[in-house]
Write a protein that binds this ligand. Structure first.
Ligand code: ADE
Ligand code: ZN
Length: 324
């Protein structure tokens, strides 16, 4: 089994349905519109976000969040992951009644618990949510820039790509960049190649969340390869959301063949009936990747990680030992 690393997982979206049901019982909420027969229920991106927002609202205390991060990173480590970057959302925590600082500290505590048990390294990428508006995104950027939490190393924008223009978020990204944070932005998931080009032109990210619809424009694919921008690919998420009809239609192999740096990620695993392990299994089965090719994807992820040089060298060393 190749070692794994993940760069793109929304921590609220990693909560398993059983855990969400337990949280709902604790807070006296009815999950039946969003969870049926032990599975999340949604039929398009809008209803996915509704289920996601409903579940996120059931994580309200520091211990709720610490347990969520501990649970997710521990399960990831058991599947062979040595590194995990989670997307955090102060906007969701605020709606559930927790300050950005208390939320971030709690997730950090959960990550520390998972690391103590399994050795998995973790970092946090604070995200702003497009559908929450520009002011909320800038507030998230200001928090990320100032919070000083040692595990907060990046800033990103997620949420509904169909809302707002990437140009609107330039200020937020500048705040984050000036603070030395790594930059990633969701684009080219729901919207076409133009959104990926706009991300490169206006935001200049090191990585793009998804970015897969760049495949619609060969010049843009060449630019991504030339500029070394890393794509955080989430095949199951794309197929579940009908961005592509099947894994056979997914552009992961074509993007890689064109020289783009591609990584494998689970996005919101139980919503898309997946896990990081399943993404690697899908790549083996549908993209004809052997263990050596999968190990190279893990290496790309670690090289692109928003992590200090010493930790990165340690992680690469672990890959070298395993690869020998
Ligand atoms: N927030 C949580 N999951 C997301 C996704 N797949 N795309 C955009 N925003 C999200
Ligand atoms: Zn995402």
């Amino acid at each position: 089994m190749p070692l794994k690393a993940e760069l793109h997982c929304h921590i609220e979206g990693a909560a398993a349905p059983e855990l969400v049901v337990r949280q709902a019982q604790k807070y006296g909420k009815d999950t039946s519109p969003y969870i049926q027969d032990g599975s999340f229920v949604w039929h398009d991106f809008t209803s996915f976000l509704a289920a996601y927002d409903f579940s996120s609202d059931l994580f309200r205390t520091e211990e709720d969040y610490a347990r969520l991060a501990d649970h997710y990173l521990t399960s990831l480590a058991r599947d062979g992951a040595i590194y995990s970057e989670i997307f955090t959302s102060p906007d969701h925590a605020g709606k559930a009644g927790l300050s950005a600082k208390a939320y971030t500290d709690a997730l950090g505590e959960g990550m520390a618990r998972a690391k103590a048990k399994t050795g998995i390294e973790g970092r946090m990428i604070v995200t702003g949510v497009r559908n929450a508006g520009v002011e909320s995104i800038e507030q998230a950027a200001r928090f990320a820039a100032r919070c000083g939490h040692p595990l907060v190393t990046g800033f990103g924008v997620a949420g509904d790509e169909r809302m707002g223009d990437l140009e609107d978020y330039v200020r937020a990204f500048e705040i984050a960049r000036e603070a030395g944070l790594g930059i990633t932005v969701h684009a080219g998931e729901l919207m076409g190649w133009e959104s990926v080009k706009a991300a490169l032109d206006h935001i200049r990210p090191a990585r793009i969340g998804h970015g897969v619809r760049a495949i619609e424009n060969p010049d843009l694919v060449r630019r991504i390869a030339d500029e070394g921008v890393v794509l955080e690919c989430c095949p199951s998420s794309n197929v579940a959301l009908k961005v592509f009809d099947s894994f056979a239609d997914h552009p992961f192999p074509a993007l890689q063949a064109a020289g783009c740096k591609v990584t494998l990620n689970s996005d919101d695993p139980p919503y898309f009936w997946t896990s990081l392990k399943r993404e690697y299994d899908i790549a083996a089965e549908h993209f004809s990747m052997n263990d050596k090719a999968l190990a190279a994807v893990t290496r790309t992820a670690v090289e692109a990680a928003f992590v200090d040089r010493k930790t990165k060298a340690m992680l690469l060393g672990r890959l070298d030992v395993k690869g020998r």
